[in-house]
Design a protein around this ligand. Sequence first.
Ligand code: ADP
Length: 253
Amino acid sequence: IQHIIAVSSGKGGVGKSTIAVNLACSLAKLGLKTGLLDADIYGPNTPSMMGVAEQNPKVTEGSGSDQRLIPINKYGISLVSMGFLIEEGQPVIWRGPMLNSIIRQFLYQVEWNNLDFLVIDLPPGTGDAQISLSQSVPISGAIVVTTPQQVSLQDARRGLAMFKQLGVPLLGIVENMSVFIPPDMPGKKYEIFGKGGGQTLAKENDLPLLAQIPIEIPLVDESNKGVPISISQPNKKSSIEFGNLAQLIKNQF
Ligand code: ADP
């Protein structure tokens, strides 16, 4: 794996998984060999978002530590998620050491095969998973996702501070749910979660604001149907933003 990109957020529900999935799809559309590791152990949603929730990844022959998990392939992406290994609706209640070991297995016992980029969807917050990951593998860079809202910014600040402490390079901020453009009134914009949050956070930390993703209804619909918007509707504003984000990430390396 050439480059590992961690997608994180201070709190849940800000669209971190949506960003990780669409970033991975957009990197693959640039012709890059891309993997997606859903390390959001407590809420692994990427199999549903990618339309592969029913599938079970196979393992290679052998036994014990010789065995490797074979990722599921969809939209040109190799996907591994905790969601494949637990029954739907089951909670995952693990303590730090177990979490550490599953994250290491996801990194070292999967047939990732010469990827250009591995995008990692981290759990929200500043916990064991982030620490395990940064100690298990060199992360090329982390992206912090926030909405423009103040409470989201406060949590994002904690996330940024953690990556700095762990010595993980920061690539920049992605502001999600920046504005809502009603489909029947494309001339109008509603700043539902406030304004300027991503820019503030970027300035405070001397980081670039990599993308501002609007609220778009198809982002919800398509995600429910298991087709990321950047695949199903590449001309939507959010898909274009995801494409630009992928290009920016590619250019960094
Ligand atoms: P997180 O990973 O931060 O918990 P998700 O990516 O699961 O967040 O997103 C939470 C919900 O918000 C999902 O239903 C998703 O479809 C929706 N969502 C995320 N970003 C957008 C957006 N820009 N426009 C509309 N809906 C969005």
